[in-house]
Design a protein around this ligand. Structure first.
Ligand SMILES: Nc1nc2c(ncn2[C@@H]2O[C@H](COP(=O)(O)OP(=O)(O)OP(=O)(O)O)[C@@H](O)[C@H]2O)c(=O)[nH]1
Ligand SMILES: [Mg+2]
Length: 197
């Protein structure tokens, strides 16, 4: 009997947060789901599965704390036309750190939060209140591993597949510095491959 597919590892938990109306439900709808969506890809010939959860969906309100604690990464969404939703990403960042921190409190062993910041509604250019440059710079300052702008009514899966690769790489490199080094190395390799082809 031929079995080529290897057993997948435990699925990753990716939690989506952001103010009311920024487009969290719209984002998941695009995956054909409303509260949570499953996505799979292959990394190093191994199947990697992630569940994306909108913890602010009413049906998940009872699981919010549990899901946030279990999160391997967060997608923090703001609306590029709403300054207030952008300011809120700081509060979301603090909330996710508090929810994921390990007790007894020990900074050295506490989980470093992985976050991707997403600016939604970039199709509404005439209403834009936060520039892309400012969004990207601020995301970096808060320690985000990636920043994207998108129209959540019509986006590609690329940023989410990228996130799956990043969380899977993090499992291999639990140390944040080593992980960031490797992430940058792999990005460079990818872009030089693309430049050659
Ligand atoms: N033009 C445009 N409209 C969007 C985009 N994303 C979401 N919307 C619209 O914004 C509104 C709010 O989107 P939702 O997906 O319900 O926002 P939410 O984050 O789930 O909001 P809550 O459930 O209240 O927390 C809807 O009318 C969407 O159609 C986008 O990228 N561009
Ligand atoms: Mg919603």
């Amino acid at each position: 009997m031929m079995t080529t597919s290897k057993k997948p590892e435990e699925p990753f938990t990716i939690v989506i947060v952001g103010d009311k109306g920024v487009g969290k439900t719209t984002l998941l709808n695009r995956f054909g789901q409303s509260e949570g969506a499953v996505m799979a890809t292959h990394v190093d010939n191994k199947e990697v599965i992630a569940c994306f959860w909108d913890v602010l969906a009413p049906s998940l309100s009872g699981y919010k704390d549990k899901l946030m604690k279990k999160a391997d990464a967060f997608l923090v969404v703001y609306d590029v036309t709403k300054e207030k939703s952008f300011e809120s990403i700081l509060e979301w960042n603090i909330t996710m750190k508090l929810k994921t921190i390990e007790f007894p409190f020990n900074v050295a062993v506490s989980k470093h939060v992985m976050m991707m910041v997403i600016g939604s509604k970039n199709d509404l250019e005439e209403k834009r209140a936060v520039s892309k440059e400012h969004g990207e710079e601020y995301a970096k300052k808060l320690g985000a591993i990636a920043f994207r702008e998108m129209n959540t009514l019509n986006f590609t899966k690329e940023p989410f597949l990228w996130m799956l690769q990043a969380v899977s790489l993090r499992r291999k490199f639990p140390n944040r510095e080593k992980f960031m080094e490797q992430l940058i190395k792999e990005e460079d390799e990818k872009s030089s491959k693309n430049a050659q082809s």
